[in-house]
Design a protein around this ligand. Structure first.
Ligand code: PRP
Length: 214
């Protein structure tokens, strides 16, 4: 049987993914035993899983270090790596939004030159330049982006909104929605040709479990 390597997004997404894979018939007992280990094997099923930071998952998949990856669609959009997107896993649902204080709403309506802070500079650039035709100054941050408008670094932010709790607690609001997001399965383009049956069967089992849950 051909070996399969699957890159998972470390954290809550990996937990939900393994829960789904297990229900689909692909388990990994090793994964439940250690909290610092990064790579886990199921020798019986010839499959191994590793845990990577979200933005690195499409990189592992593009270069073929992983045949399959599970990652948020926000990261797929931002990283723009070569890979086939084959399944929407239905969890990790949230939205990519332009957020800020209520008073910033006018700046968006009148196409002013504004400052936009984001962990997602490519998504922000594409939205403002190509969809809104608004020239903006994009400032890349690495987290806690909500600080941007609060401390005067930026007028608005482009960020993920899940429950809306972070925005509420920091006096910010959703001003515009860019797109819906969720966890996706991606596949290396060469693996898809070289391990077709193995990958098809894996995708098929996961899809069957997703259908059963609906
Ligand atoms: C994400 C995102 C928001 C928050 C949204 O941040 O960047 O800050 O979650 O979730 P909510 O709508 O449920 O409050 P994350 O927790 O990944 O941390 P970070 O800001 O440091 O990247």
């Amino acid at each position: 049987m051909q070996e399969l390597t699957v890159a998972l997004t470390k954290g809550r997404l990996a937990d939900k993914t393994m829960e789904l894979f297990e229900a689909a018939g692909y388990s990994c007992a090793q994964m439940k035993e250690s909290s610092r280990k990064l790579i886990f094997e199921n020798n019986d099923q010839h499959i191994r899983f590793f845990l990577a930071k979200g933005p690195d998952v499409p990189t592992y998949v593009e270069y073929g270090a992983a045949d399959i990856g599970v990652v948020g669609s926000d990261i797929i959009m931002e990283e723009n790596r070569r890979a086939y997107e084959v399944l929407d896993l239905g969890f990790g649902r949230c939205r990519m939004c332009v957020c800020g204080p209520e008073k910033a709403r006018d700046l968006l309506l009148h196409h002013e030159m504004i400052r936009v802070a984001s962990k997602y500079p490519n998504i922000a650039r594409d939205y403002f330049y190509n969809r809104k035709h608004q020239t903006v100054d994009i400032i890349k941050l690495n987290g806690s982006v909500e600080l941007g408008p609060i401390v005067g670094l930026s007028d608005v932010i482009v960020d993920i909104v899940e429950t809306g709790g972070t925005l509420r607690e920091n006096g910010l609001t959703v001003l515009e929605t860019i797109c819906d997001l969720s966890a996706r399965m991606i596949v290396n383009q060469v693996s898809m040709q070289m391990k077709t049956e193995r990958i098809r069967s894996f995708i098929g089992s996961v899809r069957k479990e997703l259908d059963r849950r609906q």
